[in-house]
Design a protein around this ligand. Sequence first.
Ligand code: NAP
Ligand code: HSE
Length: 430
Amino acid sequence: MAEPLRIGLCGLGTVGLGVVDILNGHGRLLAERCGRPLSLVSVSARDRNKSRGVNLSGCDFEADPVALARRPDIDVVIEAIGGSEGAARQVVETAIAHGKSVVTANKALLAHHGIALATAAETNGVSLNFEASVAGGIPIVKTLREGLAANALERISGILNGTCNYILTEMERTGASFETVLAEAQALGYAEADPSFDVDGIDTAHKLSILTSLAFGTAIDFSSVHVEGIRNVQAIDIAYARELGFRIKLLGQARRIDGRIEQRVHPCFVPLGQPLAAVAGVFNAVLAQGDFVGRVFLEGRGAGRGPTASAIIADLVDIARGLRVPTFAVPVGRLTRGQALPIADHIGPCYVRLRVLDRPGVLAAMTAILARHDVSIETMIQRGRAPDEAVALVMVVHETKDSNLASALAEIARLDSVVEQPCRIRIESF
Ligand code: NAP
Ligand code: HSE
């Protein structure tokens, strides 16, 4: 059998320990598949003395992960530290500069520095593999970059954050508020103590920006992603969605429209018959649409020790086999700078919920404003009777330009009879 692939692992948290589990548990299987053993030579973490519950007897501990990334007795470095700056970035830059291939699960790092890192990898003739960075155990990077290489891709839609999908699923199941379900998810360890990257849509936007580059051959453009999180979704919206034949999901979506690239992350009404609507709990899923293949739908675990490490090991196997492909599907110099399509130009139907005082003339004032902004109503629901008290008024509006609806709702929010900021959730069709 050929020489072992010598691995340095930076980070012994959820992901790093999952990698150790698989290397320890599947050593023989992996050696067969790679034609050479995968050998863990050195590990690094902050705390040398922490009990990790895995067998690390075959490797040494390097206190400084950047020193590990320089070592001549290591062929490939796994970065499982996290964060777009600091140690993670230094480790990846150093490893590449020293001629080592890198495997990372770090979507934040790639969203902010992916192009510079891919350029360095290309210059140094090494791989920069990142399957685990998007949708955990789902092989979506390989699917877009290799499996669907024959296709011009038209659209990507994904549930890319398990925390948000769990919260929305539980809100529907229990009827509880966002705040209640988030607190429960934190207590169960499903959501971070600081959940903002997840619930404010930033994690999904990092992942989407990577998929967009792979799908459309464009340089990663994280700053052009329109991002809204799920904090404003209320139990009442989930109930109305159901009544109208939809389920609310936080989607990351990218499309090429008339030569411009649209990237948006926000809660969506997804028709109940669509596979994305059926994805529950912490699961992730991606729907990709290519011109020859049609639709491809992948679903699986988007996070966690086993699934994320599974994706990292797949990247290692590629390196051990000597497979190297352009980081973002085409050489960095050929990635285009696609013109961004701003959310203001998005066109689609929308759900709108208002809280208004139940008194004569309120509807007339609102519909006049909508008409002035060229927004046409498809459905309107107001139930019960509560004179001069606030009631929910729900509308579905026909396809409209996003900026038109935004201007109309800003004007409606200023009416005396409107007692709360309007809530709007875009309706998707696939
Ligand atoms: P984690 O559990 O917090 O583990 C981070 C590890 O990095 C810890 O072992 C920590 O050491 C080590 N570390 C932190 N700063 C360091 C430094 N300056 N020098 C050396 N080691 C340092 O994080 P994780 O959940 O495994 O996530 C790692 C990466 O994978 C992140 O980029 C994350 O976004 C990505 N990811 C995670 C998941 C998931 O399910 N968790 C899924 C997909 C992608 P100590 O243990 O000594 O503190
Ligand atoms: N925080 C992410 C999620 C997992 O909730 O899906 C890591 O990508």
